[in-house]
Design a protein around this ligand. Structure first.
Ligand SMILES: *[C@@H]1O[C@H](CO)[C@@H](O)[C@H](O)[C@H]1NC(C)=O
Ligand SMILES: *[C@@H]1O[C@H](CO)[C@@H](O)[C@H](O)[C@H]1NC(C)=O
Length: 577
């Protein structure tokens, strides 16, 4: 008899606890279900550098046209032929090509402002063998792969290349490039040690900035930038404009702040901490967006690649390291009421980022977030250059998972206007879901958009984007959908302010149907239409949630999901009891 009450107590005690916890969750989730959909702006170019957003960041770098990843072609003036790595690499360097292409293009790894390694098409490095021949055989660069570029005074395109032995490269014949020319030169067209360079591409990302300035100066430049580019007053502006969230791109090195691996510099973590303080103060949500992963998940500067190589996911270590970054971020901000979501990997590019490595990583990254928070959403971005629906089934298995798609109306035409500055090409390139980047010739995209009028662009959003979005949106909200990047910029020449307003509005209307919401790319940019702040302040974008809700009747996916997940929690509680 005396046992019974005790037994009852043991049996019953977990029940009310579970029940109340369950009730609390249900309420919280019902509350979340009633929240307006995310209308966010990305704080792009803040904690992950993109040169086209604020080119002046690079102004103070000596020889800032020779940064990591710059692609050079060298024409021997004496032979009137380009240097080439035979077979793209693995053998000799010759000087017999009339037209330059991939095998004739050399990517810089910068040691300092005058000293470089040259990486060839097949990823080997140019070096000098024991007989003094110039070859491209080393898989990692060492002292015999380190060269000095000596530019002619008054003509930066005319160069000589000093080999590690102190002598200069020369194209003695078309078949023989050797490191044995003396210091003497008159820079004339008959000098086999003189080359004319073409610079065919360059990158301006975090790697280029940090390695270009060197650690000490980079730290100073970036800390100034972090302190001034985004401030508390921006959070106040964002909140008062009718937005309810910010998406903040971060780089993997933030997890080893304050002493990240070279050449990256510490301090961005403190800026992100500030962002959370301001978001809490102005009642904004934050989507932390891992924009640059170790090894780089795409070849664009915003993934902090050194030279355009994309190596993320090719080895398990890079996946494990990336999961640690997610774990770090989730753990640091799990308790913040402003942490809305963690986005696992911006714009992974197919086929380099394989579906297999990506789903493996998304599963582990999801678990890493869930170790610290049950409520944060986990954003799983679709692969660029793949079908946006390929992750639907996978992502649908996780509670509070969000599929992220990026919708731009910009293709080759945008670049017609911008070819004056090649830098911008690579900056833009990574933003297009169907982009095919040809870094050798800048033929960036299929030209689907360059002939469209304003009305046709608007129709494209209304019809084609609607159906693209419908194809990834499931009524049960598993996964939720997020148009994680869009912009009111296009290829229409001479578009009026009214055209831009209609274009911005139709995108708000259509992307407002995404069950998680949308984020504009980006808050600030020297190119006005890419700056949501400029667009709002100048009346190009009006955020009127009641209007867009009145026009669109959004699917009730997330509400349904919340109900389902509340139901599941109840079942779990019953089973546990
Ligand atoms: C650049 O590096 C090379 C090789 O380490 C060195 O000899 C040279 O003095 C350096 N130049 C500058 C400007 O730091
Ligand atoms: C938009 O979709 C229509 C069919 O619905 C198609 O004919 C058209 O080519 C698409 N537009 C673009 C620019 O892809």
């Amino acid at each position: 008899m005396r046992l019974l009450p005790l037994l009852l107590l043991v049996i019953c005690s977990p029940w009310p606890l579970l029940q109340s916890a369950d009730a609390g969750r249900t309420l919280a989730e019902a509350g979340a279900a009633r929240r307006p959909r995310v209308r966010a702006v990305s704080l792009g170019g803040w904690l992950v550098t993109e040169g086209w957003v604020k080119p002046s960041l690079f102004d103070g770098i000596p020889n800032n046209d020779l940064l990591d990843g710059t692609q050079l072609q060298f024409k021997s003036v004496a032979r009137n032929r380009y240097l080439a790595a035979e077979q793209g690499g693995g053998g000799a360097i010759v000087a017999d090509r009339e037209q330059p292409s991939g095998w004739e293009t050399f990517k810089l790894w910068r040691i300092n402002e005058t000293t470089f390694n040259f990486r060839v098409f097949g990823n080997q490095f140019v070096g000098v063998d024991i007989s003094g021949r110039v070859v491209a055989t080393a898989t990692t660069p060492g002292p015999s792969e380190t060269f000095q570029l000596v530019r002619r005074d008054g003509d930066k395109t005319r160069v000589r290349i000093r080999a590690p032995n102190g002598l200069f490269l020369q194209a003695k014949t078309m078949d023989s490039v050797t490191a044995d020319h003396s210091e003497d030169t008159n820079w004339g067209d008959d000098d086999p040690s003189v080359f004319v360079t073409n610079s065919v591409a360059h990158l301006q990302g975090e790697y280029q900035l940090c390695n270009g300035y060197g650690i000490r100066k980079a730290r100073q430049v970036l800390r100034d930038h972090w302190r001034t580019f985004i401030t508390e007053s921006d959070f106040s502006f964002i909140a008062s404009s009718g937005l309810n969230a910010v998406r903040i791109p971060v780089g993997w090195w933030i997890a080893s702040d304050p002493r990240p691996p070279r050449p990256f510099v510490g301090g961005s973590l403190r800026a992100l901490d500030n962002a959370f303080r301001w978001a809490e103060k102005y009642n904004l949500d934050i989507i932390v967006d891992l924009h640059a992963a170790p090894g780089s998940q795409n070849p664009y500067e915003h993934s902090a690649t050194r030279d355009g190589s994309q190596e993320w996911g090719t080895r398990d270590e890079s996946i494990a390291q990336t999961v640690q970054v997610i774990d770090f971020l989730a753990s640091r901000y799990a308790e913040s009421p402003s942490l809305l979501a963690v986005s696992l990997l911006n714009s992974p590019l197919a086929p380099g980022a394989t579906l297999r490595s990506l789903t493996k990583y998304y599963r582990l990254g999801y678990d890493a977030v869930r170790r610290h928070t049950r409520t944060a959403y986990v954003v799983m971005p679709a692969r660029l250059a793949a079908d946006d629906t390929e992750l639907l089934g996978f992502a649908g298995r996780f509670s509070r998972a969000v599929l992220d798609v990026h919708y731009y109306n910009l293709f080759s035409g945008a670049f017609d206007r911008l070819t004056a500055d090649d830098t911008e090409l690579l900056g833009f390139a990574g933003r297009f879901s169907r982009a095919v980047l040809d870094v050798h010739y800048y033929n960036l995209f299929s030209g689907a958009f360059d002939r469209l009028t304003a009305d046709e662009n608007i129709d494209f959003v209304r019809r084609n984007r609607s159906s693209d979005l419908a194809a990834v949106t499931r009524r049960n909200g598993r996964p939720l959908t997020f148009v994680g990047e869009w912009v009111a910029e296009w290829n229409v020449r001479g578009a009026s302010e009214r055209d831009y307003q209609r274009f911005a509005q139709v995108q708000q209307d259509v992307y407002g149907r995404a069950t998680f919401g949308w984020a504009y790319w980006m808050l600030k940019n020297v190119n006005h239409h890419w700056s949501m702040q400029w667009m709002i302040q100048n009346g190009y974008i009006t955020l009127d949630s009641s209007r867009s809700r009145a026009i669109i009747s959004p699917p009730d996916g997330d509400e349904q999901m919340e109900m389902e997940s509340a139901g599941r929690l109840k079942q779990d509680a019953v089973q546990a009891s």
